[in-house]
Ligand binder design. Sequence first.
Ligand SMILES: [Fe+2]
Ligand SMILES: [Fe+2]
Length: 487
Amino acid sequence: MELDQDQITIERGYDIKMTQVDYDSLIPNNVNLKEDRRLQRALESWQPKFIQWWKTLGPVAFQDNDVFLRTAVSVSQEGWANFDYVKMPDYRWGIFLSDPQPEKKITFGDHKGEDAWQEVPGEYRADLRRLIVVQGDTEPASVEQQRQLCQTAPSLYDMRNLFQVNVEEGRHLWAMVYLLHRYFGRDGRDEADELLERHSGAQDNPRILGAFNEPVTNWLSFYFFTYFTDRDGKFQLASLKESGFDPLARTCEFMLKEEAHHMFVGATGIGRVVQRSVELMKEHNTEDISEFGGINVSTIQRYLNLHFTLSLDLFGAETSTNVANYFAAGLKGRFHEDQRSDDHKLKDAARLVPSISNGEIEWREAPALTALNETLREDYVADCAKGVERWNRLLSETGLELKLPHVGFNRHVGIFAGQPVTPDGRLVSQEEYNDGIANEWLPSEADRKYVASLMNPVLEPGKMANWIAAPATGIHSKPLDFTYVRA
Ligand SMILES: [Fe+2]
Ligand SMILES: [Fe+2]
């Protein structure tokens, strides 16, 4: 598979100045933690709660195994991005912000042109805290959702990638907890504790966002989750990276570099499933490869439909005054704010948003400021489409293809919530819709059973489960049959 943007970001590496990283502390960091004893003590008292959480709600197995992870082990040439065997509970979760820019200015909203804030402005304190908590909540949530997957990994290579994603989501939690402890005093510390108290799928105290309360039970879903849902993370982080609150901007900028790896796991994971399906279709000269242990393209499409549409909901309603306020206040910008040629204030600007009237999907004009969720979702969809194109290149000789469904399909948030919109964007009768949902458009009971039946662990180095092709290369120039997780 050719390099995509996500992979290029990974290969370019991590450009924080390693001289500024303190590896000797319990919590490796480049924020001068040892100069601030109170903060250091507060974080050191949160740390055992985090480890406790990791051990009880992190991966259900392999906690005592050596895993070949990228972790901060020493001040080496590679800095914190050092690859070595580590047991997951010993992973060096740390606090890393990208380097400050001198004389940084706010680039959008009512405060455009003013100096970026190094402390939280009083009038935006509650909004900023909310943005950080909602982002922070998704990080441990995804670890909880994925905790069973290690028992059915299709290879040691994949198991290691799962664990790398998991420990990094743990680090993203650390990143948000640092902001809460450092900038929000007592209520920040309370929020940090609550991030470990809410649990994915818990009846009484669930995670904040719906899509983070469903367990990820099979690896096809895991790859789609990392492709689509981690990509929602990319877009949320990319708009928070624009924030006028500089510590948040710098935290998110660094998180984005780790996020790129998660989407790489998803993009290449689905690519390998597709590649294997193509091999089996050719070998047996049929599209139905289920009796040969492969996953049919129609099944892959249904899982794609499910995970894509769940992720679309994460962007919220088409119009939102909260989001308009966040932008005007300079708290949350747009994806690639600096590459846009408008006035970055959007006071008089308008854009089209979908609406439904008289049984038709129509587009109406709305103030651009209140429609920022729609703008971000649109950018996200365009980004998602790139991977689908690459998967389709693998499929080209079969005459089959994968497609992103219409944004109105299977939605539970916004104007399309509960509307009978087909994957190709037609508003149909409820009856026709229910029929399509039951039989064609989303994973059926039979799909789920079949995919579950394939989920058998493959623990021999270099071996792959039959339903997925081997990756093109190993990790950190190690061969494919390297023991990525040691028994
Ligand atoms: Fe994350
Ligand atoms: Fe992620």
